[in-house]
Design a protein around this ligand. Structure first.
Ligand code: NAD
Ligand code: 6OD
Length: 497
């Protein structure tokens, strides 16, 4: 049964939870609504999981863990993940349509980033688990004999996966693929704003024969809803989360009951540092993407740009010119380079920061408000790409994560000074450094307090590298073998020879 396709007589999709291989409504009959970020129209009605659905999902995951999933060989499990990747690619257009309907992002972006990465995550972690090394350690015992130690990697158990809305399929599969590759089972709580692709993935799991209960989806909100029910459930062995820092803190508290491990990927207020010796074209192009891609709703995006003083005026003028050429519009319009924000609620939040910047004394270089849209999109969640200058580093606009298409640009005079300013916040997710001086690039990259530093690039991703944030941007690292470390427990076996 197609769960997320349109009903024959209605434009509104009916989206259910996916538990033990079946699409199920909530026993309570509770639903919530999803509105298009582009038009404001109702596009989906989602069954909200209550405590009983979450409990059923966790129990299904636990049964599958010790049942058909647990008894698969590693090679068979990897083959199943390759099949999931292939099936996502086969149904590419359905995933594309679902993701774009939920987020409003340009089709071109979802086609090149979100959906291909959704498939690639399964392939990469199937490769990783197949190619994992086995290490043995020999030792001499006190009685002069020998011993060998080896460590067994075991799945950690049932993993709760709590997801955000900005890159829904990409970020959900970034957690689900390694968890399954390691032999775990999962219960996923997608964002209430983006329920569709996680649900569609349930169909893919059934099609390729992933045993029932290995992959489960429960829909709902955070507090006093599916998110909290899942993270508090004692049957969940570990929690992996992507979202806001304060939500991560609440999840950590929930995980403390039962002393369960967490992997947290959280908020940021990322700096870009542009030195006067940079390749200006590349720095402008990269900074445009890091500030405005996905309408600024990328955790790795830049909201603080520091430019070395001799280049400052030129850089600000050139970035303004480029930002004003962004074409705000509908996802399916090939000319569109920037879509709406995810929701009216988020739009109100971003617009309140736009107003705050003015009261804080910012010079509005461009944007600063809401665009006038044609009638069909008048109720969409659109805002203008916005650039400010003139604020102190302590301004709210320059210290709090806005998660919209905006940045503040400030001049700097020395390397030591800019590193200190870049590191001044409690966040530490990502940074971009633009310079043609290789020695300086290494020196600065090593001094930035962030989990990821890009030099002369942005969002260039090798999925085997460690990914995560420092300070309040995250706890733990995922990616390649770093994911294996989180999603497995090591048992050391010591054999006296
Ligand atoms: P959010 O924290 O509001 O929500 C994330 C998820 O947590 C949602 O599924 C939500 O329903 C759930 N949730 C909320 N409260 C909960 C609770 N008390 N218990 C359990 N679950 C709860 O984040 P968002 O608005 O969806 O996403 C935007 C944020 O995510 C930004 O701060 C952004 O920086 C961050 N983000 C970080 C990364 C990263 O890799 N570091 C990636 C993407 C997004
Ligand atoms: O590329 C990834 O694996 C990743 N986790 C990206 C995060 C983007 C944040 O919005």
């Amino acid at each position: 049964m197609l769960d997320v396709t349109r009903q024959p007589d209605a434009a509104v999709k009916n989206i259910r939870n996916f538990i033990a291989g079946d699409f199920v409504a909530a026993a309570s009959g509770k639903t919530f609504d999803k509105y298009s970020p582009v038009t404001g129209a109702l596009i989906a009605r989602i069954c909200e999981a209550g405590e009983s659905e979450v409990d059923a999902a966790v129990k299904a995951a636990r049964a599958a863990l010790h049942g058909p999933w647990g008894s698969l060989t590693l090679a068979a499990r990897a083959d199943m993940l390759y099949a999931v990747a292939n099936e996502i690619n086969k149904r590419f257009d359905e995933f594309l349509e679902a993701e774009v309907a939920d987020t409003g992002k340009p089709l071109s972006l979802a086609r090149h980033l979100d959906i291909p990465r959704g498939a690639a995550n399964f392939k990469v972690f199937a490769d990783t688990i197949k190619n994992g090394s086995t290490e043995f350690f020999e030792m001499a015992t006190p009685d002069g004999a020998g011993a060998i130690n080896y460590a067994l990697r075991r799945p950690i158990g049932v993993v709760g996966v709590v997801c955000p809305w900005n890159l829904p399929l990409l970020l959900m599969t970034w957690k689900v693929a390694p968890a399954l590759a390691c032999g775990n089972t999962v219960v996923v709580k997608p964002s209430e704003e983006t329920p569709q692709t996680a649900t569609l993935l349930g169909e893919v799991m059934n099609t390729v024969g992933v045993p029932k209960g290995v992959y489960n989806v429960v829909h709902g909100f955070g507090p006093d809803s599916a998110g909290e029910f899942l993270t508090r459930h004692p049957g969940v062995s570990a929690i992996t989360f992507t979202g806001e820092t304060r939500t991560g803190a609440a999840i950590m508290k929930a995980a403390a009951d039962g002393a369960r491990p967490v992997s947290l990927e959280m908020g940021g207020k990322n700096p870009a540092i542009v030195f006067a010796d940079c390749d200006l074209e590349a720095a402008l192009e990269g900074t445009m993407r890091s500030c405005f891609a996905n309408a600024g709703q990328v955790c790795l995006g830049t909201e603080r740009v520091f430019v070395e003083r001799p280049l400052f005026d030129t850089f600000v003028a050139a970035l303004k010119e480029r930002a004003e050429k962004l074409k705000i519009g509908a996802p399916e319009d090939a000319a569109t380079t920037m879509g709406p924000l995810i929701s009216q609620e988020h739009r109100n939040k971003v617009l309140s920061y736009y107003a705050k910047a003015v009261t804080e004394g910012a010079t509005v270089v461009t944007g600063g408000g809401a665009p006038v849209m044609p009638d069909a999109m008048a109720k969409g969640a659109f805002v203008q790409p916005t650039i400010w200058t003139g604020l102190p580093d302590t301004a709210v606009t320059v210290t709090e994560e806005i998660f919209g298409p905006c940045c503040h640009i400030a001049p700097f005079d020395s390397e030591d000074e800019v590193i200190k300013r870049a590191n001044a916040l409690d966040y530490g997710l990502a940074a971009a450094v633009w310079t043609t001086n290789l020695t300086r690039a290494h020196r600065v990259a090593g001094r930035i307090e962030a989990g990821i530093v890009w030099v002369n690039s942005w969002f260039l991703r090798d999925l085997r590298t460690p990914f995560g944030g420092t300070k309040q941007s995250g706890i733990g690292r995922e990616g390649g073998v770093h994911s294996l470390a989180f999603y497995t427990e090591l048992t050391n076996v010591c054999i006296k020879l």
